[in-house]
Design a protein around this ligand. Sequence first.
Ligand code: ZN
Ligand code: MN
Length: 474
Amino acid sequence: MDFETIIGLEVHVQLNTKTKIFCSCATSFGDIPNTNVCPTCLGLPGALPVLNKEALKKAISFGVAINATINQDSIFARKNYFYPDLPKAYQISQFEKPIVGLGSINIEVDGEIKKINITRAHLEEDAGKNIHQSDYSQVDLNRACTPLLEIVSEPDMRSAQEAIAYLKKLHSVVRFIEISDANMQEGSFRCDANVSIRPLGDKNLYKRVEIKNLNSFKFIQKAIDYEVERQIESWRSGNYDKEIIQETRLFDTQKGITRGMRDKEESADYRYFPDPDLLSVHIPQDLLDEASNIGELPEDKLNRFINELGIKKDDAKTLISSLEMARFFEDMLDSGASIKNSVTWLNVELLGRLKGDINLQNCGITAQGLGILVKRIDEGKINGKSAKEILDSMLKQRNNDVDFLIKSLGLEQIDNDDMIISTIDSILSANSDKVNEYKSGKDKLFGFFVGQVMKNLKGVNPVKVNEILKEKLK
Ligand code: ZN
Ligand code: MN
């Protein structure tokens, strides 16, 4: 029997506001525990939450990016549960009437485009963090009340590969519209995966298992693959009813397995009700308009690079692989570098030299620096071989002064017209027989003349040589 995998994903994205969603404490990561707190995010009695307008704007921008319905009227609800990192014993979230309604994004897997529907996206506060020591635990409430956007997909994905493509697309969308740094190590982009299986052709949905708190693409892939295998095996061995229950599981990253954590709560378990401390949200038209003005989406940028700049699809994909890359490339063009050489020198030469922990952000090369290097190649001031040497030095010395390096490495091509002209003249007069042959139609000899000049003038700009020679041989 063949099986089909059904995957739906819930993604929590931390919005990059300066302050928390219902108070004015800082959202910065990695500060001394319990220093960014106030009565509201500590959940002290009588403290009143006030919605952060920036968080609302960023949620709307996301809705616009995925072509979703924006609910101009929405409400916040209390989601009741007890956990030590949640001092109020409820989380302020949205249940009925979330800010963002039905939308979708397209993913590409093996060259096929597939539309994945997004059921909703709602605003909520994050909980604090429990830090477990050997025989006691500590609670850090700095993260409590930081703004999250929870993005819930339809169960539209049919493989771990599709799930990863969806997550990568989502990750790039929130980065490009700059509503989140989406740093996965810091937990700013984390995913819960709902996974179930069914016999191929069967239209029913069976028991779904939720795998919680996955924060790397690699682990998400492994967790889903493991879980699908577990469910299929128990179906095949006739133990599906007994072994598979609707539950929440955790992925053990050491052992590569999922493990039962608790029964899956249904929404009724949370006793949602509208939060009486918060007004219902009405989005005025001017705020809606302002938030709708989002940056260029990755897909639009890709199409523009291909169609307007004439860049090959694979190269364009590399260029939009991150916001930093796209920005770096566009800044190179702004510094006057040609499109074609910028693509090569960024995608091939610079990326090819970045190894291990060194990346575009920390390698010390600026877009301006690489742009000028490319510009000097464009102008014929240096050749490709010298440019490689210069780039190596730039990386080694973390030096972006290209013109200084050209000079200090002695790599400047001879650009002195008088010197080139006099060399050409003496070569032509010494080879007058060949000049006559050339003029009577032996075009191939042009290469011979170029070669002679290059030999006599090491480091000469070949573009100039060609130009002057052509003129002289007319
Ligand atoms: Zn606070
Ligand atoms: Mn949530």
